[in-house]
Design a protein around this ligand. Structure first.
Ligand SMILES: N[C@@H](CCC(=O)N[C@@H](CS)C(=O)NCC(=O)O)C(=O)O
Length: 276
């Protein structure tokens, strides 16, 4: 029993019951961030239009006090408007930067990982979703290629992704969250990419010692372990083979703390040569 205000969320699940959609994941975190209770309407990929009374073919969707809001970004904006305490976005420039991080991660991580896990994605979905997922993914996203053919050879491709995540690691060296001292919607968008991956990855995408692990573990643990579900897979344990690129930069060049600016007169550089 809870006396917190509760919002209905239409979820998108795999057969295990865990959420797959990154858009739904970030919406779950946004609702939890606002301290709202979440009343889940579970379901798979087929029948979304019927479940939402003809309102949407895509999820998430929420109903708050009888009002429907569709689309994860619009939901986040709606929540900040309706529940201004603990904002998800601190001002308009943060929205722009959050969109940048989100788009960069989609292109850098979800893009290649989609092709590494697309058969797992299909196999882990509800059996009644299999035909729909195969047909739509093969025709809409994979140019007619079979799921099996796209996923094949992923052991060659998986080690190429972790080095590309270095900008995120560098950002998180200086701050516990993208939001600063506490997480905000930028964290939830970025975490959602990894939550999606953990929902489908039957073989891990990141090495055990990846420095992102600290932020990821803290993020998955937020709100009483919102990102933990028995159906999720571990992100860690990628085995590298000889010739694979280093997965992340070791501390060293480029990672030393910035020098302290002591002001004029303390420069260690030699005096400029004087004209004779
Ligand atoms: N712009 C929408 C995108 C939502 C979306 O594309 N959701 C996908 C799941 S990741 C979906 O509902 N797919 C249903 C389908 O593929 O039939 C948002 O941010 O909410």
């Amino acid at each position: 029993m809870t006396d917190r205000h509760s919002v209905t969320l239409y979820d998108l699940n795999l057969a295990s019951g865990c959420t797959i959609s990154p858009f739904v994941w970030r919406t779950k975190y946004a609702l939890a961030h606002k301290g709202l209770a979440i009343d889940i309407v579970p379901g798979g990929f087929t029948g979304i239009l019927e479940r939402t009374g003809g309102r949407s073919e895509r999820l998430p969707a929420i109903i708050d006090n009888g009002e429907w809001v569709l689309d994860s970004w619009l939901i986040a904006e709606y929540l900040d408007g309706k529940y201004p305490e603990r904002p998800l976005f601190e001002g308009p420039s943060m929205k722009v930067l959050t969109k940048f991080i989100d788009q960069w991660l989609w292109r850098t991580a979800i893009g290649p990982w989609f092709r590494c896990y697309i058969l797992d994605y299909h196999n882990l979905s509800y059996p009644h979703d299999h035909d729909y997922i195969r047909t739509t993914r093969e025709t809409m996203f994979l140019g007619g290629q079979k799921l099996e053919d796209v996923q094949a050879g992923r052991e060659e491709r998986l080690p190429l992704v972790p080095p590309l995540l270095e900008p995120l690691r560098q950002l998180l060296r200086d701050t516990p969250w993208l939001g600063g001292d506490t997480p905000n919607y930028a964290d939830y968008c970025a975490l959602a990419v990894f939550l999606w991956t953990a929902s489908v990855a039957t073989t891990p995408p990141l090495t055990d010692d990846d420095p992102l692990r600290d932020w990821l573990d803290r993020g998955f643990d937020l709100y009483d372990g919102l990102g933990r579900h028995p159906g999720m897979h571990s992100l860690f344990g990628l085995q590298l083979r000889e010739g694979d690129p280093a997965p992340f930069l070791k501390a060293g060049i480029g990672t030393a703390p910035a020098p302290v600016n002591r002001g004029a007169g303390t420069t260690p550089f030699p005096e400029p040569a004087r004209a004779a």
